[in-house]
Design a protein around this ligand. Structure first.
Ligand SMILES: *Cc1c(COP(=O)(O)O)cnc(C)c1O
Length: 354
């Protein structure tokens, strides 16, 4: 039986996407060859890459607005230095809301001057800082839209004149935003799009080519744009699966449709966390993530019982990250409302038993 997969990443993908991906590994669309044994320059794969790039722009509402979509490698973690290589000349400002933002700051500081404008480290990143100044002479302002580990999410993005760069690894394509307010968006595929191995980068072209340093080709967005994400061999399988997931999302009505389901899932779990005295939410209420719900037991003695119960119910991937402890229910796009219902039932069963 297929488990209810709450894994934080790599994570659940739509069943229909898995089936198509599995079939394409054996034979791609009746061509007598596997997806993973054909040239990335074949007309079949070039069409897949083009489709993956245009679906991303279309779903985000960024077509014809000067943006390019790239599928790169090295994960979101390589974007931390790469974006600084391409954009950081004098100084950049960062909002530090967790482990990933901290890593982004650290890596950018290898390249130039990255300033932390505000941080929620004082409370183990359980909230999003809101009142802080953004200087008007920044090369860019960087934030992390959803903090996968701590379970917080930015609901209202601060206004600034600086170009905005955002790590959307764990909530891209999950909610409607005015994506044209961002100048560079990046996301590792393995949370809402596909298998690990490719990173989607959406960049406004007029942002590029302004720094004075020399940039190695593999780290240069302009090189990847000029080569249509084919400067070197792309991660063909992750790109294909990402394309299938974006097609699945488009067919079901796009981001607006999935956002509605994601809101229902989040409401269901957070109301259980708030009503059940055996559980306590980790994140500040107004900053709670719709993708990753973090919570702990109020009575640690119930841990073994609770763990046995959810495992028995076919739930996977609920253990919290070591820096928060407790539990983390990751509810990415492909996770059904029904799976969240199974978890919530277990939580209320525990209350009845205890
Ligand atoms: C998972 C994650 C990363 C790291 O992604 P990699 O692809 O493993 O480098 C960065 N930022 C956020 C917000 C994440 O959730």
């Amino acid at each position: 039986m297929k488990k209810h997969n709450f894994s934080a990443g790599p994570c659940i993908l739509p069943t229909e996407v898995m089936q198509k991906a599995a079939a394409a590994v054996l034979e791609l669309d009746g061509i007598g060859l596997s997806l993973i044994e054909i040239s990335h320059r074949s007309k079949e794969f070039v069409a897949i890459m083009e489709q993956a790039r245009s679906l991303a722009l279309e779903l985000l509402g960024l077509e014809g607005k000067g943006y390019k979509a790239l599928y790169l490698q090295g994960g979101a973690s390589l974007q931390f230095p790469m974006l600084a290589y391409n954009l950081l000349e004098n100084k950049a400002g960062y909002l530090n809301t967790g482990t990933w933002s901290s890593n982004a700051i650290k890596e950018a500081n290898v390249i130039g001057k990255a300033i932390e404008l505000a941080s929620s480290k004082d409370k183990n990143f359980n909230y999003i800082p809101k009142e802080f100044d953004i200087p008007n002479d920044l090369d860019y302002f960087h934030l992390t839209s959803n903090n996968t580990i701590f379970g917080t999410q930015i609901k209202k993005f601060p206004a600034t004149n600086a170009p905005v760069v955002c790590d959307m690894s764990s909530d891209i394509f999950s909610r409607q935003l005015d994506f044209s307010k961002f100048d560079l968006i990046y996301a590792g595929a393995q949370k809402n799009m596909g298998p690990a191995g490719t990173t989607l980068v959406i960049v406004k072209e007029d942002l590029l080519g302004k720094v004075s340093r020399k940039i190695p080709s593999m780290l240069n967005y302009q090189v990847h744009i000029a080569k249509d994400s084919m400067f070197n061999t792309p991660a063909v399988f992750p790109v294909y699966v990402s394309m299938l997931t974006l097609q699945w999302l488009k067919d079901m009505g796009g981001i607006a449709a999935i956002e509605e389901i994601n809101e229902k899932k989040a409401k269901l779990i957070y109301s259980e966390i708030d009503l059940n005295p055996l559980f306590k939410g980790f994140a500040n209420k107004e900053d709670r993530s719709n993708m990753n719900a973090t919570f702990t037991l109020t009575n640690e003695k119930l841990k073994d019982t609770f763990d046995a119960m959810w495992k028995e119910a076919g739930i996977n991937g609920l253990n919290g990250h070591r820096s928060v402890g407790g539990y983390r229910a990751s509810m990415y796009n492909a996770l059904s409302l029904e799976s969240v219902g199974v978890l919530v039932d277990i939580m209320s069963d525990l209350e009845r038993k205890a």
